[in-house]
Write a protein that binds this ligand. Sequence first.
Ligand code: SOE
Length: 388
Amino acid sequence: MAKQLRVGLIGCGFMGRTHSNAYRRLNNFFQVEHQAVLQAICDTNEPKARAYAETWGYQRVETDWRKLLDAKDIDLIDVCVPNVAHHDIVVAAAQAGKMVCCEKPLAMNVAQAEDMVRAVEMAGVPNMIWFNYRRVPSISLAKQIVDEGRIGRAFHYRATYLQDWTISSDVPQGGDALWRLDARVAGSGVTGDLLAHSIDTAMWLNGPIARVVAKTETFIKERKHAVSGQVEPVTIDDACMFLALFANGSMGTFESTRYARGRKNFNTFELNGADGSLYFDLEEPEYLQFFEYRQLATGKKTESHLTGWRKIHTTNSEHPYMSHYWVPGTCIGYEHTFLNALADFVEGLEKGRTTVPNFRSGLQTQKVCDAVIESARTGQWLDTGAEA
Ligand code: SOE
């Protein structure tokens, strides 16, 4: 009989669906000792929560997240609500002794994130932040290649994260699906929503970002607010670009916007080192591009008439996570990145190992995000304080 991992998930939005799918599928693909059980779904909108419970198979519905804290039938609380509510739920869940998983960005700011890390560490509860893109097999392979020493001394890191869904001035801010446009609820705009992913991936692959200088822009200055019904100033960053200096001496550029017409979820990075380079593009997630200058095994340079970028189809069973899915040459998708993240977390529980990214990792990214926003305000280079 498998041990149960009984989940209470808070928030019936898009991210809640990705996580619900991961819990449902975990035991179909990963031979872990725990069986994930969709015990309770919680949302202040009861009809929505009931419909969600029906669709995903949650056993019961709550409308007040506090009810999950004392519930004996909940082991793990998963926080999928807008960013402004992360802090209070996480701290209370940790104090109640529950395991906690939380959507990104961890918090509205560093002070909150530090509080949340303190809460989970004092309570000693396992925790995870859903930086799901680390679990794209091609990105995990990039990490493996870096760790194998195939890139050598890093010189440059280049990241872009582009979308286009807020170009129309008719898109309101605030409310159910559009809270990401309201800084009081989201904390920031593309910096916390999109660049948080890029920063997390960058620091995973290339170590801490030590200093930044940034420029943000808000192209549409006023939008109707879906909750108040009034036209209100827009306070999020619609676009952000920043320069970064990594602790390892390499330089980085990061660009993000929701105004890149035609770009829906264009998340790319390139890392250039003395011995090789890596390139990834989420629109072709099953490929990782690798340029090898020096062959590790022989220590020799690749013969120059044979050099070139290798486009690795990351679908072999030797590639990260792929042995859990289909046959070589067949792909997996966006939803599997959440499944892979969950499997790593559960395996960590079973092997008594701390899995990253956890809340401490989320705090490091939060430090960079806060420094980026502050630098954009002051125009100054700033230390981020981010650690490995
Ligand atoms: C925003 O549009 C968004 O849904 C982000 O919030 C997610 O984190 C990203 O993965 C996809 O885009």
